[in-house]
Design a protein around this ligand. Structure first.
Ligand code: ADP
Ligand code: GLC
Length: 516
């Protein structure tokens, strides 16, 4: 990426906060504190906060899922064309949380459902329509309520925003030139639909070609985001390289390579006000690098919670918190489960998702009662307790765009054992006995044997208290806060604004928003 030229008209810096601040609108399908299925929601909560701290004005638009409290109507009824019908979602004001403004797209028939993207029967069959409506509503929000200077989209569910801006809205001077930054959180999820969806979801037929959203006879939302956005980012530097390869590109590596000059890897950060053992309200006893005694208390409580027998308390406990998906490398654990349990360890696992992995871990717990404990659930409090109470944290991912749990683990003195891929590779440094450096253990080859080798290395070093403390402290000293990444995003926004400079100038003459 070329270094962006400094813009003269507007600046996000604090010194000029009396000037109108640059407005960034996040368009995402999930975000804390309202909705979450994975790390995307952590990012969509924490990055806007960090951008506000850098002087930006930030709003987030999310679907109003079940459980999101009713709030004031901003626009009671938008008119959105889908298929041969019109739909009438509302825009609801979600208030301001930590300086970030929230809006929801409210259409109960689409979003007031059990799960976000699907239920036990699988993905909802109308996901294309649901997120098409969401994207159109986000654009209307920008037109009528909150005129953003930059739109920042995340993953396939928001990908129609750039597609529509540059096609259906191509003659609309209010929005056609708004710069769009698109972040890839996961190349494994395309939003791939049959061709009929073009009509059902109101996608302009003109984008159905190989250099547009067409993908082997289907419609690919993610591809649309990759092609029609001004800048692409992804959530680690390593993953930015990996997705340009056949192995990790999920069939879109060629598209990504074609846009490599506009692709930037920016590592996710951590919100240490939430994920830090000296501040964590969800763990039995707080602790810090200066006084680790609380970690022992957390371990005892964790073992009890997972039914691990007291005689194993002195031995290492390996923790796992995860979506159960092929991405996460659990087939390696399936392959080596018995070998792993021959080691002097216990295992605590929290997760849900793919049935085959739920069954794997349940079988492990029943084969090794008192040594392997499993909870099939999504439970934030238990996730915190595992981070605090485990000795090691295992993430053998097949691929991992960034991964957050290994970064949380570092701060909790819970030594990560990871496969050297994506963000796992960028955040964990292998322990080096000679120099006393490094924060964890990693393996490169995707094989059960390589994973077991790394686990055995960790178990070996764990027997020496002094060495183990060194590894823990090395990890706890690392700083993965959002400040640095937010500054990197700021550069991308500036570059995107510069790129579309002319359009930006005309937008500045629009009336100022009515929303605050
Ligand atoms: P991904 O987004 O691919 O699932 P990440 O490591 O980026 O992976 O983020 C996962 C996030 O979801 C973390 O905040 C993690 O603590 C949380 N999480 C995953 N599974 C569970 C679960 N079963 N219960 C509670 N939190 C979970
Ligand atoms: C995705 C990725 C994960 C990443 C998260 C947030 O869900 O699987 O690695 O940390 O998004 O960017």
């Amino acid at each position: 990426m070329n270094a962006p030229k400094k813009r003269k008209t507007r600046s996000a810096s604090k010194e000029t906060s009396k000037e109108k601040r640059v407005r960034i609108l996040f368009v995402a399908s999930e975000g804390l504190p309202f909705s979450k299925t994975g790390g995307l929601a952590d990012v969509v909560e924490a990055l806007p906060k960090a951008l506000v701290a850098q002087g930006y004005e930030v709003a987030v638009v999310l679907p109003r899922y079940r459980g999101t409290k009713a709030a004031a109507l901003v626009m009671p009824s938008l008119t959105i064309p889908l298929a041969n019908r019109l739909r009438f979602p509302a825009i609801v004001d979600g208030g301001v949380v930590s300086g970030v403004r929230y809006f929801f797209v409210d259409d109960p028939a689409y979003f007031d459902r059990d799960g976000l993207y699907g239920n036990s029967a699988g993905d909802y069959p109308d996901n294309a329509e649901r997120y098409s409506e969401f994207c159109r509503a986000a654009i209307e929000l920008v037109k009528h309520v909150w005129p953003a200077d930059v739109i920042h989209c995340h993953d396939w569910q928001s990908a129609l925003v750039p597609v529509l801006l540059r096609t259906s809205y191509g003659d609309d001077p209010a929005v056609k030139d708004i710069p769009v930054v698109f972040t890839i959180h996961n190349m494994g999820y395309h939003g791939l639909f049959p061709r009929e969806v073009l009509q059902r979801a109101g996608i302009p037929l003109g984008v159905y070609h190989p250099a547009g959203m067409e993908f082997f006879g289907s419609v690919n939302f993610l591809k649309g985001g990759l092609i029609y956005s001004d800048y692409l980012t992804t959530v680690s530097k390593k993953y930015a390289q990996e997705i340009q390869t056949l192995e990790y590109g999920y069939g879109l590596d060629g598209v990504v390579r074609g846009r490599a000059d506009r692709l930037i890897g920016i590592l996710n950060g951590v919100d240490y006000s939430v994920w830090s053992p000296d501040k964590d309200k969800l763990i039995p006893m707080k602790y810090s690098a200066k006084d680790m005694s609380g970690k022992h208390v957390c371990k005892q409580a964790l073992l009890e919670l997972f039914g691990i027998a007291p005689e194993h308390a002195a031995r290492p406990v390996i923790g796992i918190v995860s979506r159960f998906a092929d991405q996460k490398g659990f087939d390696l654990i399936a392959e080596k489960a018995l070998e792993l349990m021959k080691e002097d360890v216990s295992l605590v696992v929290l997760g849900s998702g793919d049935r085959k992995y739920e069954e794997l871990f349940l079988a492990l717990a029943s084969t090794f009662p008192g040594r392997a404990g499993v909870k099939i659930a999504y439970d934030n409090e238990i996730a915190h307790k595992i981070e605090a109470g485990a000795d090691m944290f295992l993430m053998p991912s097949r691929y991992e765009p960034c991964g957050l749990n290994q970064i949380y683990s570092l701060k909790y003195g819970t030594v990560p054992i990871v496969r050297a891929t994506g963000g796992l590779d960028d955040t964990v440094e292998p322990f080096d006995l000679e120099h006393g450096t490094g924060t964890g253990f990693k393996f490169a080859e995707y094989s059960g044997a390589a994973m077991m080798y790394a686990i055995r290395q960790a178990l070996h070093h764990c027997t020496d208290e002094r060495i183990w403390r060194r590894i823990q402290l090395n990890g706890m000293a690392k700083d993965f806060s959002w400040k640095g990444p937010a500054a990197e995003y700021a550069k991308v926004y500036e570059a995107a604004l510069t790129l579309r400079g002319a359009g930006q100038a005309s937008r500045n003459q629009m009336p100022v928003a009515t929303s605050n």
